[in-house]
Each structure stands twice: as structure tokens, then as C-alpha cells.
Design a protein around this ligand. Structure first.
Ligand code: B4P
Length: 184
């Protein structure tokens, strides 16, 4: 099962992808996590990515697409995988389609006021550099302009399934499982 988790920042993509990865035993591939690991380790990619991530802007697509092309060629993706945070723009979606077609796209639909509360809470707990109010606003604007068009893109391919992301983590998870079990 080749799966994409779509949704605004803070919609619950990463949270739900972790549960799905465990249940279906397929790797959870998060571009955000990979970029943060590179930033922490001070790699060339990390140094380039940091200024974009800290401001809540998208890292240039050529860097992210190369990163994903390499990651998706690894053996552990043979039985499927979950993409969390990629693609994030039409440019990235077209690049992905050029080398691999997906099976299902789960769009987690979460209201922006709920997202703001979640990210404010995470800012206090984890202290992530991009969870301050100004940057969160920019990330939501970038989502609206760059990522939201993917809803139509995958809807036209007839692989989009929407799930309400406003409730409890467990309820949302059960709804996603229903969608995936129907698919399988
Ligand atoms: P990401 O790491 O993808 O960050 P995110 O969109 O905020 O999602 P995340 O997975 O962390 O949050 P979640 O919704 O699970 O990206 C960070 C940055 O990396 C981007 O801004 C960009 O600069 C760069 N980047 C990443 N991918 C890129 C790409 N493809 N191209 C270019 N640049 C890229 O959860 C948020 C919080 O809510 C958590 O604290 C969680 O515990 C909580 N939560 C989740 N579900 C909840 C629920 N149901 N109820 C209550 N709380 C909940």
C-alpha cells in the first residue's frame, strides 16, 4: 500500500502516520523528520534547509524530490510506505507521479483554530523553532497556496479519501483504518 497523508501543518499527519505504520507494518517517511535530523546533524542538506524550515517556508523542491527519490528506492519500501509531508506542492506531486503512482491519499481535514491550539501546545512541550505564532501563520498560508491544490489533483486521480481531523487521535485513527481496510 503506497499511501500519502495530506493535511495542513498540525492536522495530525505525523501523529496518524505513526499509528498506521505500526498497524500495517510499513515505513513512515516524514520529510519534516528527515529535514530536522539533517539540520541537527549539520549536513549540507540540513544547512540549506534550516533557513526555510525556521521561517515556515518550503525547502526548494529539487532538494526534497531528490531526497525522496533516494529514500523510496530503499528495500524497506517494497511492501508499501506512508508519505508524511510529501508532496507539498503541485511541482512535487508531478515529480512524484513521474517516477511512482500512489494507491491512496488520506486528506485529514482539520479546522485552523484547532490547529493553532495544537501547535501552541507543542511549542511549549517540544520548543520546535517553527512553532511560534508568526511562523505558524506563514506555514498555514503556504499550505493554502501550495499544498491545498493537491486535494483536487488527487481527487481527479480518484484516489483521495477525506477524514475529519478535528476529534480525538484514536477516533481519527479508527476512521483512517476503515478507509484503508475498505481499500485493501
Ligand atoms: P512537518 O514536519 O511536516 O510539520 P507539520 O506540517 O507541522 O506536521 P507534523 O507532522 O509535525 O504535525 P502533526 O500534524 O502530526 O514540516 C516542517 C517543515 O519542514 C515545513 O514547514 C517545511 O519547511 C519543511 N518541509 C517538510 N516537508 C517538505 C516538503 N515536501 N517540501 C518542502 N519543504 C518541506 O501534529 C501537530 C501537533 O498536534 C502535535 O503536537 C500532535 O501531538 C498534535 N495532535 C495531532 N493530532 C491531534 C489530535 N487529534 N488531537 C490533539 N492533538 C493532536
Amino acid at each position: 500500500m503506497k499511501l500519502i497523508m495530506l493535511g495542513a501543518p498540525g492536522a495530525g499527519k505525523g501523529t496518524q502516520a505513526a499509528g498506521i505504520s505500526k498497524k500495517y507494518n510499513i515505513p513512515h517517511i516524514s520529510t519534516g523528520d528527515i529535514l530536522r535530523e539533517n539540520i541537527k546533524a549539520g549536513t549540507k542538506l540540513g544547512i540549506e534547509a534550516k533557513e526555510y524550515c525556521d521561517k515556515g517556508n518550503l525547502v526548494p523542491s529539487e532538494l526534497v524530490v531528490e531526497l525522496m527519490r533516494d529514500r523510496l528506492s530503499k528495500d524497506d519500501t517494497k511492501n508499501g510506505f506512508i508519505l508524511d509531508g510529501f508532496p507539498r506542492s503541485l511541482e512535487q506531486a508531478n515529480a512524484l507521479s513521474a517516477f511512482m503512482e500512489m494507491d491512496v491519499v488520506i486528506d485529514i481535514e482539520t479546522d485552523f483554530d484547532i490547529i493553532l491550539k495544537r501547535l501552541e501546545k507543542r511549542a511549549k512541550i517540544e520548543g520546535r523553532a517553527d512553532d511560534n505564532p508568526e511562523t505558524i501563520k506563514n506555514r498555514l498560508d503556504v499550505y493554502t497556496q501550495e499544498t491545498q491544490p493537491l486535494i483536487n489533483y488527487y481527487s481527479e486521480k480518484q484516489i483521495l479519501r477525506s477524514v475529519d481531523g478535528n476529534g480525538d487521535v484514536e477516533d481519527i485513527f479508527q476512521n483512517i483504518v476503515k478507509v484503508l481496510d475498505d481499500y485493501r
